[in-house]
Design a protein around this ligand. Structure first.
Ligand SMILES: NC(=O)c1ccc[n+]([C@@H]2O[C@H](COP(=O)([O-])OP(=O)(O)OC[C@H]3O[C@@H](n4cnc5c(N)ncnc54)[C@H](OP(=O)(O)O)[C@@H]3O)[C@@H](O)[C@H]2O)c1
Length: 294
């Protein structure tokens, strides 16, 4: 019997270098290496073709095994990894890219991105934006791109000043900037800057790291559309023109997260945008107009 795939799993964006990227990906942060291959096979079985990993997730081996054993031709998959945030010299980044390919057992990756402009130990603690180091790491990505090891390159967690540094000092325009964006909080200024420069936004933690249900009023909006909170969250970032990267190892949730072929009305998008513009998320009083009314 032929399996029906949800529409979203067949939809793609075109990156600024002409490469197609599926709109929905499986996120894999916190998936153990030993579980990663099965997670990829389950996701591919559901219809996912885009998988997001990182050197820092310590599961590239399993993700690569899953990609190689899932039964779908390599060219139908879109596999992404990330240069470690600590790699801020050309040599470190270049060696890391080669190591990712070797660990994953692959000839090429569809995309690699710099995981963070700052090493993790400095995030929110240092003003050093590592402009020179990020240019070096990005040049290693540019060279891997021209050598055919990668099909697209980009950034993650880059602020406007960090993106500008790459645009001003590197040759290849980044294809994406992967940033935290969900119903509770969207960095609209960074998103608008990137979008105006042809850089696609990837929304990570699209269901607020599994905590979206804490947002006051979100259950009412989900109920209005007859969908789950996770589905509303995923649909929201997709309607902002972003790529969505929900993570789960549960095949039923993979299916649920891909069943988002509904449309949030412009008025409700306005409501969600207003809530996502507030400085933080959590138990605070979002959706004041909803406030428990349907
Ligand atoms: N570039 C970066 O710095 C960065 C940072 C964070 C994340 N990311 C990427 O973005 C991906 C997603 O972000 P995330 O993992 O932080 O958070 P997320 O996808 O927003 O949320 C994942 C959590 O939600 C749960 N979940 C998944 N589907 C669900 C559903 N339908 N109903 C209820 N709960 C559900 C998962 O539990 P189960 O797994 O138990 O189902 C997990 O606990 C990551 O895996 C990674 O690939 C990138």
């Amino acid at each position: 019997m032929r399996k029906e795939k949800s529409m979203i799993l067949q939809e793609t964006y075109t990156l600024n270098n002409g490469v197609s990227i599926p709109k929905l990906a499986l996120g894999t942060w916190l998936i153990d290496d030993g579980d990663a291959a099965q997670a990829v096979r389950s996701a591919v079985d559901v219809g996912y073709r885009h998988i997001d990993t990182a050197q820092a997730y310590n599961n590239e081996r399993g993700i690569g095994e899953g990609a190689r054993s899932c039964g779908v031709p390599r060219e139908e998959l879109f596999l992404v990894s990330k240069v470690a945030a600590e790699h801020k010299t050309y040599a470190q980044a270049a060696a890391g890219i080669d190591q990712s390919l070797q660990t994953m057992g692959l000839d090429y990756l569809d995309m690699m991105i710099i995981h963070s402009p700052q090493p993790w130990t400095e995030v929110n603690l240092s003003d050093d934006r590592h402009f020179k180091g990020n240019v070096e790491a990005y040049r290693a990505l540019e060279d891997a791109l021209s050598q055919g090891k990668l099909r697209a390159i980009g950034l993650s967690n880059f602020r406007i000043e960090d993106v500008r540094n790459i645009l001003d000092n590197c040759e290849v325009k980044p294809a994406v900037n992967q940033i935290k964006a969900h119903v509770g909080s969207v960095p609209f200024e960074v998103a608008a800057f990137c979008q105006s420069n042809g850089i696609r936004i990837e929304a990570y933690s699209p269901i607020a790291h599994g905590e979206a249900e804490r947002i006051n009023g979100i259950d009412y909006m989900a109920a209005k559309y007859g969908v789950t909170i996770a589905q509303l969250c995923i649909r929201y970032v997709l309607q902002l023109g972003m790529i969505a990267l929900p993570k789960t190892t549960n095949p039923l949730r993979m299916k649920e997260n891909a069943s988002v072929d509904f449309c949030i009305s412009p008025a409700d998008m306005d409501q969600l945008n207003a809530a996502a513009s507030l400085p933080d998320y959590g138990e605070n009083s979002f959706f004041p107009v909803f406030g428990g009314t349907l």
